[in-house]
Design a protein around this ligand. Structure first.
Ligand code: FAD
Ligand code: NDP
Length: 485
């Protein structure tokens, strides 16, 4: 080990959302000597492939949203007819061309993330980092060789990886990693397994690209954990747009058949059935990438799914080892990993102990049309808050569809805690809902009351104005919880 190697204030494992934010702030704002270890770049992650930017930039939020944009042009072509447009020929889509453009953009962003770190004075080493002891990291260099680095602090920001459910032939299915990098679309239909964020988003993407899609899941409804009425609306939209919904179904085996696959499954009635498809995609959750990292040996405690246990400052059970982002399985979203990374840097190097604030975190599912949400679901509010709750709902046909003829409704919902008049939950399924919800989240963070929503002047004509014109409550329900606002 060289003398210089002994001098680091921080070694970060992983240059994803949390790792980059924490390392950049520690170095640029607080003058810490920081080294980041990250796998070499590649579109599909593996035990040896990663890249600066991490999941969000290379195989998550960004490429997914680019594909969502691409798929939504199909809606625009359809809707434009009612507004007088006609196409001289049916529009066609080239998956290959879209992927080539997407790849170019992702490579540009990967370079940008490398430069962000470089410009902040962070040293960057390519390889796989493992923890040797509370103050030592070993980097396994691609192509052979290792480098040992001593450091005052270690930040584990290694993210998560897609999981495959254990059925025979599961290795034949793609995950979101491969789905975002397919060379071409298959001839036959696409069976998407799961009903969470990724499954519903990819069902929309593939459907928009003109594929037949089967959405197969074990529950009775998509998007468990979200507001029940929103779940109903998303499910209705998926069905109306032609996705074959297969609730209560469990895959049992995947077999190769010709250019495609046979997917065997048990349906809700317990019957053993099968169908031939062009591609099977598993969107059945992700797990922290914390295995074989030397963490247990160093004394870092983890939970039963391998998420690193941390205190409110993101410190693990070993004082010099910290962890942020998906590796800790708190709220697995990019802006949350950024918040945790920033709070860590302030705590560890800024002399300003900072606890990330998990209240009123907004999120969006980019299914088509999207769903966005902030605060309590109706069911969550009833369980956690005490006293009366007023629920306001609105379901309407967006103005654009009056001429386009699209048979689809937008759904909006406000949940109000009667005693304090505070708006505690806002949900929407409809076009532009993520863009609308970001502003609403600020209002909820500020403790906005229903009276303040009502006294806010709307923007007309828009769907968003409905949130400030909901005057008649749909129902009053009773909360039985004890949480305080
Ligand atoms: P990551 O971004 O995963 O970064 C971890 C990094 O660590 C990786 O680059 C990895 O290569 C590296 N690494 C792992 N092990 C080692 C090691 N031993 N040594 C060195 N490096 C290592 N969130 C949203 O907010 N909005 C969205 O729209 C959204 N869409 C998503 C779509 C998909 C398909 C997926 C999969 C996720 C999506 N997410 C979205 C979630 C979001 O991407 C993650 O929450 C976020 O990237 C987590 O950041 P992180 O820093 O914890 O980990
Ligand atoms: P989710 O947790 O959202 O969904 C997982 C799905 O897989 C659920 O439908 C779940 O069913 C199902 N499932 C899990 N295990 C099994 C099993 N053994 N057999 C059958 N079905 C199973 O995870 P995703 O993979 O969709 O996404 C991972 C995370 O990434 C998200 O939770 C989110 O934090 C983040 N993300 C955020 C996005 C955004 O912000 N727009 C987009 C994409 C990802 P059940 O509900 O019955 O448990």
């Amino acid at each position: 080990m060289s003398a210089a190697d002994d001098e680091y204030d921080l070694v970060t494992l992983g240059a994803g959302s949390g790792g980059v934010r924490a390392s950049r702030f520690a170095a640029a704002n607080y003058g810490a000597k920081v080294l980041v270890v990250e796998h070499p770049f590649g579109f599909v992650s593996s035990e040896t492939i990663g890249g600066a930017g991490g999941t969000c930039v290379i195989r998550g939020c960004v490429p997914k949203k680019l594909l969502v944009y691409s798929s939504q042009f199909a809606d625009e072509f359809f809707d434009s007819k009612g507004f007088g447009w006609s196409m001289s020929a049916s529009p066609t889509h080239s998956w290959e061309e879209m992927i080539a453009h997407k790849d170019k953009e992702i490579q540009r962003l990967n370079t940008t993330y490398n430069n962000i770190l470089k410009n902040a004075g962070v040293e960057y080493v390519e390889g796989r980092g493992v923890v040797v002891d509370p103050h030592t990291v070993e980097v396994q260099i691609p192509g052979g060789g290792t480098r040992r680095i001593r450091t005052k602090n270690i930040l584990v920001a290694v993210g998560a990886v897609p999981t495959r459910i254990p059925v025979e032939g599961s290795e034949l299915a793609v995950t979101s990693d491969e789905a975002l990098a397919l060379d071409s679309l298959p001839q036959g239909s696409i069976a998407v397994l799961g009903a969470g964020y990724i499954a519903t988003e990819f069902a929309g993407i593939f459907k928009g690209m003109g594929k037949e899609v089967q959405l197969m899941y074990r529950g009775d409804k998509v998007l468990r954990g979200f507001d029940e009425e929103c779940r109903d609306q998303v499910q209705e939209n998926l069905e109306k747009r032609g996705t074959q919904i297969m609730p209560g179904c469990n895959p049992t085996k995947i077999e190769k058949k010709g250019d495609g696959f046979t997917l065997h499954y048990k349906n809700a009635a317990g019957e053993e059935l099968s169908m031939d498809v062009g591609l099977v995609m598993m969107a059945t959750g992700r797990k922290p990438r914390t295995y074989n990292l030397g963490l247990e040996a160093a004394g870092v405690e983890m939970d039963d799914i391998g998420a690193i246990k941390v205190d409110e400052h993101s410190r693990t059970t070993v004082p010099s080892i910290w962890a942020v982002g998906d590796a800790t399985n708190r709220v697995n979203l990019t802006p949350v990993a950024l918040m945790e990374g920033m709070a860590f840097a302030k705590t560890c190097f800024g002399g300003e102990p900072t606890v990330p604030d998990y209240t009123f975190i907004p999120s969006a599912v980019f299914c088509n049309p999207p769903m966005a949400t902030v605060g309590y679901t109706e069911e969550g509010a009833m369980k956690e808050l005490g006293g009366e709750l007023d629920v306001y709902t609105s379901k309407f046909r967006p103005m654009k569809y009056t001429l386009s003829g699209r048979d689809e409704k937008t759904f909006m919902k406000l949940i109000v805690h009667v005693e304090t008049d505070r708006v505690v939950g806002v949900h929407m399924v409809g076009p532009e809902s993520p863009e609308i919800m970001q502003g609403i989240a600020i209002a909820l963070k500020c403790g906005a009351t229903k009276a303040q929503f009502d006294s806010t002047v709307g923007i007309h004509p828009s769907s968003a104005e409905e949130f400030v014109t909901m005057r008649s409550k749909t129902r009053r329900v009773m909360g039985t919880g004890t949480s305080k606002l």
